[in-house]
Design a binder for this molecule. Structure first.
Ligand SMILES: Cc1cc2nc3c(=O)[nH]c(=O)nc-3n(C[C@H](O)[C@H](O)[C@H](O)COP(=O)(O)O)c2cc1C
Length: 298
């Protein structure tokens, strides 16, 4: 393997599942397909231990636990770090908070640590805190995008130029072959998916029916930024009213919802990205060959 993200996590494809559900089922499917499945670690320490053991009853492949640092308190976090170390969790991905909080104890326990950042400033801070990998989350994504709302087109090249050696995962905004080629072209080594994986056959048991309905009906105007410091991207109330007949049901979801029109299997997602991506990259190269050809003849 030569891809930095595959090597770091011990996975076949540089596809990382975001923290999108505490239910270990979907993560086990993603890991078995060759990516890095994830358990959103928002439960108490005992529940986390149960979820890790359930995951391992379905998959012996690498996976991550996601800790959104804005949730929980120091005692609870310390207990959960202890559980991760005792259970020999291979990877923890922290988000929405200061990477100094958990990186050192996790790494001392032998765990590989990634951190989600929404700006180059925060990327530098995370590297200073000792993380092994960055997951760069732009404003388009369905996650915690911070206050600066930086686009994928700027965030990935900016982080890459500033920190050329760190394994870098582009977070979100990808659901198809063109998306993965684009983020690789910008300088990422892999991709983290949220919204696309949330609307798969294998995710059906993890969410209410309204989630798939909203994502499948969305266009590029259907989401907005939630209030507050971490600002997840969410479905708009008037859009929910139009689709569901009520405005108070909502979901976190990325702008990429506009590109998702079918519930497919996790395996189909891998095929679209990695077989389709290769094909798409060849088509892009051909466009440049065409330009070079016409430049020569003019
Ligand atoms: C329903 C939902 C719940 C999420 N919860 C978390 C979370 O607990 N922790 C976190 O770091 N990110 C969370 N995210 C963000 C995802 O992990 C991921 O980074 C993001 O969805 C990627 O963008 P995309 O939706 O455009 O693919 C959530 C996203 C969704 C859609």
């Amino acid at each position: 393997m030569s891809n930095a993200v595959c090597e770091l996590f011990g996975i076949r494809y540089p596809l990382v599942m975001g923290g999108i559900t505490p239910n270990p089922e979907l993560g086990s499917v993603v890991s078995n397909a060759g990516g890095l499945g994830c358990i959103e670690g928002i439960m108490q320490a005992d529940g986390l231990r149960d979820a890790i053991r359930e995951f391992r009853s379905k998959s012996d492949k690498p996976f991550s636990i996601n800790f959104p640092l804005a949730q929980g308190n120091p005692e609870m976090n310390a207990e959960k770090v202890k559980v991760c170390i005792e259970e020999k969790v291979p990877v923890v991905i922290t988000s929405a908070g200061n990477p100094k909080m958990l990186t050192a104890p996790l790494k001392a326990g032998g765990i590989t640590v990634g951190h989600v950042v929404a700006s180059t400033y925060h990327a530098r801070k995370a590297v200073d805190a000792g993380v092994d990998c960055l997951i760069a989350e732009p404003t388009e994504s369905g996650g915690y995008r911070g206050e600066h709302e930086i686009s994928m087109m700027v965030l990935i090249p900016s982080v890459r130029r500033t920190l050329p050696d760190i394994p870098l995962v582009a977070c979100g905004t990808v659901a198809d072959r063109a998306g993965i080629v684009a983020v690789m072209a910008l300088g990422a080594d892999g991709v983290q998916l949220g919204t696309r994986l949330m609307v798969t056959k294998e995710a059906a048991g993890s969410y209410g029916d309204h989630v798939a309905k909203l994502v499948l009906a969305a266009d590029d105007t259907s989401t907005m930024s939630a209030e507050g410091r971490i600002r997840p991207r969410i479905s708009k109330p008037d859009f929910a009213e139009q689709v569901l007949g009520v405005s108070n049901k909502r979901t976190q979801m990325g702008q990429v919802s506009a590109l998702i029109s079918e519930v497919v299997s996790v395996e189909d997602v891998f095929r679209e990205l990695f077989e389709g991506g290769r094909e798409h990259a060849t088509e892009v190269t051909a466009k440049f060959d065409e330009i070079a050809g016409s430049a020569e003849s003019s």
